[in-house]
Structure formats: C-alpha cells, structure tokens
Design a protein around this ligand. Structure first.
Ligand code: BES
Ligand code: MN
Ligand code: ZN
Length: 488
C-alpha cells in the first residue's frame, strides 16, 4: 500500500531560511510581488528571485507552474523553485502549485515557503496528490519526495483545514492503488479482503459469497464470473454518519480482469484490463474518505467483484440468463460483461436500501473513449437536478465530465430475438446503448447517474494532480457532491 507523503506545517521563521538544506519552493504572484519569506530568499541570493520575476520566462508561466534555480549562491539548499501563484489563488491554481512542487524531484527534503497565502492547505493537497507513486512492486530506489515542511503564518489553522483534505487524498490513493494493482495480486478475494480491512476505520463491510448471490438470484453477475477460478463476490460497505434517513448509494463495476471471455479481446493492450475494476475502486475510495473524515451522511457502497475469463464453464455468446429483477438477457457478446454485473447489483441496491439517489461507476465502454477521449467521463442520468449537482461538483474539482444522451430510441436497439433484451448492440452510440441497458434496472423514481469512466480511470501520461497510471477520477467530485447535498 502506498504511504502518503507526510506534510508538516511550521511557523514561518526567516532566520532559518539560509541554512535549510534540500529543496525550497517560494511563491511569486503574477505581478512580481514577493512575500516576506521569498523576499528573504531574494536577499540571500542577491536578487535572483526578483530578477527571475521580471523575466519573460516568468511572464510566460501559467499560474501554478514554476521554474527551478539550481544551487543558488548564498544558501545551503540545492535549489529554489519559483512558483507563480496569485496572492488570492483559486483552489485549482493552489493545488496546481502544490503539484508543481511535488515533481521537483531529487534527494533531500522539500521546504515550501507559503507564508500567509490563504490557500496554503490547498497547496499541500495538490502536493500530496501529485507526489503519489505506485512503488509496491519496485525493488529499486525511487526518487519520490517523501516529506515536506510548509512554513506558514498560522500552522494550527492551516493544519486544521488540511486534515479533511488528507483524508480525501487517502481515499484517492486507495482507489489509485486498487486500479494500478495487477490482476494476479488484486484477485476478487484480495479486493474483498482490502475492503473488509476498512472495518477498522468504522465502515460496516459485508461480503456476499457465490452461494448467497445464487440465493438472491444474481444470475447475470454470476454468469460473468463462471469461467474464472476466482469466486465472484458482492461487497456492501456502509457509512452511517447521518440520521435515520435512507442512504445515498454508490455502485461500482469491479471486473478484476476482463479478457472479454469467449468473445475474447485482441491481445494488444489487453494488459490495461487490469483496470476494469475502476468503478468499484472509486466507490471504495469514496467510502474510505467518508469514514476518515467522519462524514455526516449515510452512504452505502456496493461493488460487484468478478473476473471475466474464457474456460469450459464460461458463459457463451447466445446464452440467455435471467436477471435478479426477472428480465431475461441474451448474451450476444461476452465482452459486454460490465452491464451484466451492474444489472444485478443496481437492482439489489434499490430493493435492499431504497436509496434517495444512486450513482454507478464503470469502465463500461470503449465507445465513451471514442466520444470523449481521456478528458471527460460520460454522464448519463434520469434526473436533471442530481445530474446538475454532480456536474457542478465535478467542475469545482476540475474532474472532467460531460452529459451524454439517454433516449427511448436507444432503448429500442436492445431488442433481442430470444430474450427481453440483448447485452450488446454493436458500434453505433455504444456508450448510450450500454447506459440504456443499465436504465432497465433502475426504478423510475430512483434519481440515478451512470458514470462511464473507461477513458479517465487510467492515463498513459501525467496529469495535473496525478502521475501516469490510475487517476482516482471521481473520488473528489463524489465526496464534494455528498458534502454539498447532505452536510451543507
Ligand atoms: N471493459 C470494457 C470497456 C473498456 C474499454 C474499458 C477500454 C477501458 C478501456 C468493456 O467490458 C467492454 O469490453 N466493452 C465493449 C462493449 C461491446 C462488446 C458492446 C466495448 O466497449 O468494446
Ligand atoms: Mn468487456
Ligand atoms: Zn469490462
């Protein structure tokens, strides 16, 4: 498991600056104004900071970006990074500034001279999120920053503000670890064990095994896992921090590996299907964050953990399976397995918890990547209010999201010759027909959102707040939605 970087907040002390070793980061506002701590560095370096602040190179920097000056004369440190940041930065700018400092790699500690910047806590949050590294399986040394000290004028105040952010960061890291973990390690058993361990932080965790799932009638979920030697499971996580109201529900696709099954995928790129449990990963990360920050809300997280493998017991194209709801499904493509998992757990979640709202997350279709690329997740909803609230939360967290259409015309494409519906209807509007399939298992009066995160869960390059690999997309937006909706 990833150990998050530790960040301490200490009283500003200009007298120690000359002797600080390791790396330093100072803030300079776009108009070139520097705070008292940066002024001290400027004096020690005989005006190097002010000279840089007047340069074209500085003018061209975006807010939150920075440039490093190596081995400044007159100081003990290895280098000073000058980060451009307004005196009153936005949350997004402040986090970006922290992230810039996080990739200022090298040996030794990092000291951030944040002085009285009002967004010091957000700077630390961005620093923590970007400093994440998945090193579980590296046997050689890495050069990731392990700790940082931030000089601020009000260390207790900033630390108090940063506390809940650190809980959120831990939720994001939990998701990223799950998504980055290869499938020989993150089996359905291992995944469930990691979730069960969250009982220690106050979550109620229930694991439903295959015999119980069969009794409940979750035949479509079980069909997906029947070709794998890893047992299928459903894990229910509950956080009851609110009153006695019905909970809000988060539901996640947890396909620990997706070969496609008998409708097997081409081998090129198949290794990325270790991330096909991304939806379940986000649900788990949000539940962890809610518990760690002691959220005043009732939330239930339900994840379906299965592996989609081809073997003598595997489901076949053409098979007809009856869902827990009772509708029958012709499985015309065993690679459209995510919707089969979700169909049963969406139904189960509504029958058991009668939630006030429900959001499912899934790396559901390649089609959403064709439509939206890796910038935005697809958002499908039967409820304009809930959808609007979610889009606002995603926007505030700078997590890309874009609403996509549902319509009876797409639903018609699900028609099957042998059953009530088929599970795959080919290329046209592939993300919408998948969402339409899910909607068949959503009660009309359940406000619902489906998030297709196939394009955003795992990236091949670095992004603002994450190194390449798993992003943890959605943990922050969902936590914010829950905060605004139930804790305001
Ligand atoms: N897990 C995949 C979707 C996916 C593709 C996620 C790429 C991440 C990156 C899903 O189970 C799948 O195979 N979907 C099929 C559906 C089709 C058979 C209707 C797809 O998108 O091709
Ligand atoms: Mn598939
Ligand atoms: Zn899949």
């Amino acid at each position: 498991m990833t150990t998050p970087i530790s960040i301490n907040f200490i009283e500003s002390d200009i007298d120690t600056i000359a002797t600080l070793t390791g790396k330093l980061a100072v803030l300079v506002s776009p108009d070139g104004k520097i705070d008292t701590l940066a002024r001290r560095v400027n004096r020690l370096t005989k005006g190097a900071i002010a000279r840089f602040a007047e340069s074209d190179a500085f003018a061209k920097l975006e807010n939150g970006a920075g440039v490093a000056l190596a081995y400044p004369a007159g100081m003990a440190c290895e280098g000073v990074m000058v980060v451009k940041l307004p005196k009153r930065p936005s949350v997004v700018e402040a986090r970006k500034a922290g992230a810039t400092m996080a990739i200022y790699k090298g040996t030794g500690a990092l000291s951030v001279l944040a002085a009285s910047n009002p967004k010091a806590a957000d700077i630390s949050y961005g620093l923590a999120l970007r400093a994440y590294a998945f090193i579980a399986h590296k046997t050689t040394e890495t050069d990731e920053i392990q700790s940082a000290a931030m000089m601020v004028t009000n260390p207790e105040g900033v630390a108090a503000e940063a506390g809940p952010m650190a809980a959120l960061a831990e939720g994001v890291f939990f998701t990223r670890d799950l998504v980055n973990e290869p499938s020989n390690i993150l089996t359905t058993n291992d995944f469930a064990a990691r979730l069960a361990a969250m009982q220690e932080i106050g979550l109620e965790v229930e694991i439903l095994e295959e015999a119980e799932l069969a009794k409940l009638g979750m035949r479509t979920l079980l069909a997906v896992g029947q070709g794998s030697s890893s047992p299928s499971k459903v894990v229910v996580m509950r956080w009851n921090g609110g009153g006695d109201e019905a909970p809000f529900a988060l539901v996640g696709k947890g396909v620990v590996f997706d070969t496609g099954g008998i409708s097997i995928k081409p081998s090129a790129g198949m290794e990325d299907m270790t991330m096909d449990m991304g939806g379940a990963g986000v649900v788990s990360g949000v539940m962890r964050a809610l518990a760690l920050r002691g959220a005043k809300a009732n939330v239930v997280g339900v994840v379906g953990l299965v592996e989609n493998m081809p073997d003598g017991d595997a489901m076949r194209p053409g098979d007809v399976v009856r869902s827990m709801k009772g509708d029958t499904i012709e499985i015309n493509n065993t690679d459209a397995e995510g919707r089969l998992v979700l169909a049963d757990i969406l139904w189960y979640t509504q029958e058991r918890f009668n939630p006030v709202g429900m959001i499912d997350l899934a790396t559901l279709t390649g089609a959403i990547i064709v439509g939206l690329g890796h910038e935005k997740a697809g958002v499908f909803s039967n409820n304009d209010k809930l959808c609007g609230d979610f889009l606002k939360a995603a926007e505030a967290e700078n997590e890309g999201a874009w609403r996509m259409p549902l319509s009876p015309a797409y639903d018609k494409l699900l028609k099957s010759r042998t059953a009530d519906m088929k599970n795959s209807c080919g290329r046209p509007a592939g993300a919408s027909t998948a969402a339409q399939f899910l909607q068949r298992f959503v009660k009309e009066d359940t406000p619902w959102i489906h998030l297709d995160i196939a394009g955003v869960a795992l990236l091949t390059g670095d992004s603002d707040l994450a190194p390449k690999g798993a992003t943890g997309w959605g943990v922050r937006a969902l936590d914010r939605l829950i905060r605004d909706k139930f804790e305001g």
